[in-house]
Design a binder for this molecule. Structure first.
Ligand code: ASP
Length: 314
């Protein structure tokens, strides 16, 4: 059963879950992050009486998420997890970059206790917002015995921080767990997991992330019909130390970009291939001219490469 005695800390970063619109039926023209997370918690009677704390860290539209907020969030979550009375942390977030924040935390935050991110597709002012149930499910998960690591509660499903991807821009079932599928579901206040909480091997750079302003610049470029090598050259000229190419199919890259990638590699820039396909990643071979990012999505591969470059500095 749930650990109802322990304290859960809810950290708000903004997003549609905290969004408000001038008209209740406006599901797109709203302001994300307008409400503090304290207001979201106060508006949810099911949380009343629970040992909870709510802290607003940011009120961002997550499409504007930045590295400084990631660093502050990671530090803030770590500080809360270190408190003995805290059983775990919930992070409210926007859906647009939820998968990126989940992956960043998964790779850089030691989480022996659960850290559950959640979000919503409909603003808090909608006639039928999805945020309250998602928030409730996230708190339920955090309180569940055995929970650990970075996970996401959304739409009744539970996803591992490594697997999440946003697959729809408007529907409330906007997420998918890729080839791995969801970790489980939350049914009427009870989690049912299909597999164990995932292990979370920390990236070696997690010990010394340093100032976010000094993190290596890594950009993403998509390969497509008519792709131009000059676009990749421009990223290098603008200071990119790493580039992830979101390739076609199994990570194939337009020959114009391949030539530019070879020029970039010659200048000391690391280039990796991911796939612009929603599922499957890239099945690479050791002899490939451009190394593959494996199962990582382009946005995950960007974070991983940034961390790799950071680790290589030491
Ligand atoms: N643009 C919003 C955000 O990511 C979308 C959402 O939360 O659903 O903050």
């Amino acid at each position: 059963m749930q650990n109802t005695a322990g304290r859960v800390v809810i950290i708000g970063t903004g997003g549609t879950i905290a969004g408000t619109a001038a008209r209740a039926d406006d599901l797109v023209g709203y302001t994300a992050g307008a409400l503090g997370v304290e207001q979201l918690v106060a508006a949810l009677p099911a949380l009343a009486g629970q040992a909870l704390e709510a802290h607003t860290l940011a009120q961002l539209d997550s499409s504007d998420m930045d590295h400084a907020t990631w660093a502050a969030l990671r530090e803030g979550v770590a500080a809360q997890l270190a408190r003995p009375e805290v059983v775990g942390v919930v992070v409210t977030h926007g859906t647009d970059t939820l998968e990126e924040t989940a992956y960043f935390l998964h790779r850089t935050l030691a989480a022996p206790k659960p850290v559950v991110l959640t979000a919503a597709m409909r603003p808090a002012t909608a006639p039928s917002p999805d945020g309250p149930q998602n928030l409730l499910d996230a708190v339920t998960l955090v309180r569940w015995p055995g929970a650990r690591g970075v996970a996401v509660a959304f739409g009744g499903q539970v996803y591992a921080g490594t697997d999440l991807r946003k697959v729809h821009g408007f529907r409330i079932d906007a997420f998918d767990g890729g080839d791995a599928g969801p970790l489980g579901v939350v049914e009427d206040g009870r989690p049912r997991l299909f597999r164990d909480w995932p292990d979370a091997p920390l990236h070696p750079a997690a010990q010394h992330l340093g100032e976010p302003a000094a993190w290596p610049v890594v950009d993403i470029l998509t390969s497509h019909a008519g792709a131009r090598g000059a676009t990749l050259d421009a990223l290098v000229a603008a200071g990119a130390r790493g580039i992830v190419i979101a390739g076609t199919g199994n990570g194939s890259v337009h020959q114009a970009l391949q030539a530019a990638a070879a020029r970039a590699a010659g200048a000391g820039v690391t280039v990796r291939r991911a796939s612009r396909c929603q599922l499957g990643g890239v099945v690479g071979a050791p002899a490939d001219a451009l190394p593959s990012a494996g199962v990582l999505t382009p946005v995950q591969a960007r974070i991983e490469l940034m961390l790799d470059l950071l680790a290589a500095r030491r």
